[in-house]
Design a protein around this ligand. Structure first.
Ligand code: UDP
Length: 195
């Protein structure tokens, strides 16, 4: 995949179809793929926080959420093909379960919200299996138990909505002990899916 350098953050220059293709490939691939969709605010924050910039640059797929990032790429004369927002990609992954049934674990949002999102998902996408969920307001001491719950669930895709950059830092820190195939930071998308 072609990379586009936006102030030192190496974005993947992909269309929505290409991003979905990458996810589908990784469902049956080795190891875990880390996917982040930074908006312009997070891109700005990465300028002041080299550790965050590093985390973004170690993503397996880094795509532009928001027109601001696409605009920045045009101003820098290295135009990204299109905006591929987190919520849109999540919806495409869910739609794709019709051809490739997929299992999910939802981590994040306020207590009760992930359950609502799970109910909506299984009614809209019968081939999406929700293996479990956990709210996003846990203490550091609870983290090991949550990781065990995710791994025991056997979910292929972990959707993490802890807000940015908390979710990117969480995925980066824990990726090596997660057994899922894809871990994706999805911001407020759990609230959107809960309706
Ligand atoms: N959130 C969470 N744990 C936290 C902080 C936030 O689970 O410690 C959730 C919050 O409930 C919301 C999501 O993270 O569902 C995204 O929050 P926000 O819209 O503020 O972040 P953004 O979409 O801008 O990344």
């Amino acid at each position: 995949m072609e990379k586009i350098n936006i102030h030192g953050v190496m974005m993947d220059n992909v269309t929505m179809d290409e991003a979905l293709g990458f996810v589908v490939e990784r469902l049956d691939g080795p190891g875990i793929a880390k996917i982040y969709t930074p908006n312009s605010e997070i891109m700005m924050q990465a300028q002041r926080d080299p550790a965050l910039k590093d985390i973004l640059n170690q993503a397996d797929l880094l795509i532009a959420d928001g027109a601001g990032v696409v605009l920045a790429s045009r101003i820098l004369r290295r135009p990204l093909k299109e905006k591929v927002s987190g919520i849109d990609l999540v919806k495409r992954i869910l739609e794709n379960t019709r051809t490739r049934p997929t299992s999910f674990f939802i981590l994040g949002a306020k207590p009760g919200v992930a359950e609502k999102a799970a109910i909506n998902i299984i009614s809209d996408y019968p081939k999406a299996e929700i293996k479990g969920w956990h709210h996003g307001y846990f203490q550091p001491g609870e983290e090991d138990g949550i990781i065990e719950k995710i791994n025991d669930s056997g979910a292929e895709v972990l959707l993490v909505g802890l807000g940015a950059p908390k979710q990117e830092k969480w995925i980066h820190r824990n990726a090596s002990r997660l057994n899922c195939k894809v871990a994706m930071g999805i911001g407020g998308s759990i609230d959107v899916l809960a309706g």
